[in-house]
Ligand binder design. Structure first.
Ligand SMILES: [Zn+2]
Length: 406
């Protein structure tokens, strides 16, 4: 009898191994507006929880997958949105780029509303140690500590809860004018793992009149609230004019688990981690993740904006940048520059082959690669193997880099 009961309990688990469930999630329409729509969640191994073949979505430090019917509807929306877009990102690497590495990855635990800092020995830093908000982070696997209750863990993606920050709390030191806003921006960026894609998203805000959001449409006003402070700060930083208007709210936040491009960016870190290890943030690793976030988003509107406004060679960029040796250090501008360089490869090698080109490029670089040496050598080597006319195309690439002072 006991055995019979156990069997009964196990059968549902097996029969739902490929369950598809409908849920409400944040998605973008053709105009890049964020909407809450009903989507299909694939590869679930349960019809009651966000637990699937490839992803398990948990809250904070928890182990159990979030329930699809949790009373906290905001939690369910974040779980569904991350599950849906992570599945899309994984499909992209497995189906479009034939990544054997991604196909063979163990199931990822995804933590939402998670405030603990990462500790490479203990997994989670102590609860009281400076809780984190308004960002997202991908962590490397760890061995755990036997006897101290720290179990080994695989790679994970953590989404921090949003927290409204008042401009006064950004601790701006004196001064007026753009210098001050530069300080605001850099203070806020310390909260942000993702940098450059936001810069380009901010351009979209400028070209869009604000919709009146209906109940299910997250209009541009709300996108600002979603994609948060960085967008707003960028806008203000670059265009002093709307400053008084934009800052009348004086409150900023980022709900990273509801922004598809942030979800793609984080998953790209996972997908590229066979060569770009997750030891620390660098210009190259961030630029690479942004490139794939832009590709997975698959939005012509976003692509046009990236092309027009990127700081590397965007025709409408308000601040095009020449290469500077300082880009090899920690200045936040450097990943924007790398993102622009990589996106520009679409014009040389073609839009369709560019993702495979950049994906193969990861094999020739690592997390510590410099822009001027290893990244460029890697791009030229990849072109040698993959460009239609390697000699001509390599020359074109070099000319473009020379024009930017590299
Ligand atoms: Zn990143």
């Amino acid at each position: 009898m006991k055995t019979f009961l156990l069997t009964l309990l196990m059968i549902p688990g097996l029969s739902f191994a490929q369950a598809v469930v409908s849920a409400r999630a944040v998605v973008r329409d053709a105009g890049f507006n964020a909407n809450i729509k009903t989507v299909q969640l694939k590869h679930l191994s349960s019809t009651s929880r966000f637990d699937g073949e490839f992803f398990k979505i948990v809250e904070g430090k928890g182990d159990e997958a979030i329930s699809l019917t949790d009373a906290d509807k905001n939690l369910v929306l974040r779980a569904a949105t991350t599950y849906f877009h992570l599945t899309k990102a994984r499909d992209y690497f497995v189906e479009k780029l034939n990544s054997a590495y991604v196909a063979g990855l163990p199931k990822l635990v995804i933590r939402i509303e998670h405030t603990n800092q990462f500790n490479e020995l203990g997994h989670f830093a102590h609860d009281n140690l400076e809780p984190q908000f308004n960002n997202a982070l991908t962590i490397p696997a760890g061995a755990g500590i036997e006897g101290r209750g720290v179990k080994p863990w695989e790679m994970e993606i953590w989404f921090r809860p949003e927290k409204k920050i008042h401009i006064d709390d950004l601790k701006i030191k004196g001064g007026t004018g753009m210098g001050e806003w530069g300080t605001v921006l850099s203070a806020f960026r310390q909260q942000m793992h993702m940098t450059s894609l936001q810069r380009f998203l901010s351009q979209l805000v400028l070209t869009q009149t604000s919709d009146l959001p209906t109940e299910n449409v997250i209009g541009w006003e709300n996108l600002l609230r979603l994609a948060g402070t960085s967008l707003l700060l960028e806008t203000v930083y670059r265009y002093a004019d709307p400053l008084s208007k934009a800052f009348s709210r004086k409150w900023f936040w980022l709900d990273s688990a509801l922004v598809p491009e942030i979800i793609y960016h984080e998953y790209a870190h996972v997908a590229l981690s066979d060569h770009l290890v997750l030891s620390h943030s660098s210009a190259v690793i961030e630029g690479m993740a942004d490139f794939f976030a832009g590709q997975i988003a698959d939005s012509s509107k976003l692509a046009t904006n990236i092309k027009d406004h990127n700081v590397f060679n965007g025709k409408k960029a308000t601040r095009k940048q020449q290469y500077s040796v300082q880009f090899e250090t920690s200045d936040y501008a450097n990943s924007d520059f790398v993102f622009g360089m990589l996106w520009d490869l679409r014009t040389i090698v073609g839009e369709a082959p560019a993702p495979e080109f950049v994906y193969n490029l990861r094999q020739k670089i690592d997390t510590n690669s410099t822009i001027r040496k290893q990244l460029i050598e890697g791009i030229l080597d990849t072109c040698e193997e993959q460009c239609a006319q390697p000699f001509v195309d390599k020359l074109k690439i070099l000319q473009r880099y020379n024009a930017r002072g590299i």
